[in-house]
Design a binder for this molecule. Structure first.
Ligand SMILES: [Zn+2]
Length: 220
C-alpha cells in the first residue's frame, strides 16, 4: 500500500467508525448490543425495538429454549437491503424498511424467535422454521394490529410448504386440537430429531392428512 492508499484507507475506517453508534443495554439477565450506522434512524423507533426485545425475548426463552443466547446484537445497517436477517445471535435490520413501515415493530419478534430457534444446519425444513417464527409473531407480537399484520386468509392453492404466515395459520389451527405441537416441533428441529413421521407421532395423522382436514374446514 502506498501512502495515498493508506490515507484513503484510514479515512474510510475513521468514517465508518464515526457513523457507527453502539449501545449496550442490560435487563432481566439479558444483554442487547444495539449497533446503528444510520444517523437518521428515529430514536423513538430504536427505543421501541429495545422495549420489544426485552418484553418478548425472555418470554420466548422461557417457553421455547431456556438455553438461548443471553446476549443478542441488533444492527441497523444501511447496506442491508432485505427486511431483516438473523445469523447466530445477530440480527441485521434495514432502516429503510422501518422508514416505510414504522409500525412493523414485530419484525423484531419474528427475528428474535430465529435466535431462540438456533436450529443450525439440518434441523428440518425451512418452511417450518419460518412458519414457527410467524406463528410466534402472531401469538407473542406486541402490536401486529398496528402494522396491519395478520395471518394470510386461507386459499385452496395454499400448501403447508408455503412458509411464513400460511404455515403459521396452519400451526395455529393445529394448536387448537394438539396444544403444544409448536413447542414439540421447535424442540425437535433444535435437537435435530425432526423427521417426517413426527406429525403422525404427535397427532396420529400424517402432515398431508392434517393439511387435507384443515383445507376442508380452514375456519375464518
Ligand atoms: Zn424469518
Amino acid at each position: 500500500m502506498n501512502k495515498i492508499m493508506i490515507s484513503i484507507f484510514l479515512c474510510l475506517v475513521i468514517g465508518i467508525a464515526k457513523a457507527q453508534e453502539s449501545e449496550i443495554i442490560k435487563s432481566k439477565g439479558y444483554t442487547l448490543n444495539f449497533l446503528n450506522n444510520d444517523a437518521s434512524f428515529d430514536p423513538a423507533l430504536k427505543k421501541r425495538m429495545v422495549e420489544t426485545f426485552f418484553k418478548v425475548y425472555p418470554v420466548l426463552a422461557k417457553d421455547f429454549n431456556k438455553n438461548t443466547a443471553k446476549e443478542v446484537t441488533f444492527s441497523i445497517d444501511t447496506s442491508y437491503k432485505g427486511v431483516a436477517a438473523t445469523g447466530g445471535g445477530k440480527i441485521v435490520y434495514n432502516p429503510d424498511w422501518f422508514k416505510k413501515h414504522p409500525g412493523d415493530i414485530d419484525v423484531v419478534t419474528h427475528e428474535v424467535m430465529h435466535v431462540v430457534q438456533n436450529y443450525g444446519r439440518g434441523g428440518g425444513p425451512g418452511w417450518l422454521t419460518e412458519g414457527i417464527a410467524d406463528y410466534v409473531r402472531y401469538k407473542y407480537g406486541v402490536d401486529n394490529a398496528g402494522a396491519n399484520w395478520s395471518l394470510t386468509p386461507f386459499k385452496p392453492e395454499h400448501n403447508y410448504t408455503n412458509a411464513y404466515r400460511i404455515t403459521a395459520r396452519f400451526l395455529n389451527y393445529l394448536e387448537k386440537s394438539n396444544a403444544g405441537i409448536v413447542v414439540k416441533l421447535d424442540n425437535a428441529m433444535r435437537t435435530h430429531t425432526y423427521k417426517d413421521a413426527i406429525w403422525q407421532d404427535i397427532t396420529g395423522k400424517t402432515i398431508d392428512e392434517l393439511w387435507a382436514t384443515y383445507a376442508a374446514n380452514p375456519g375464518t
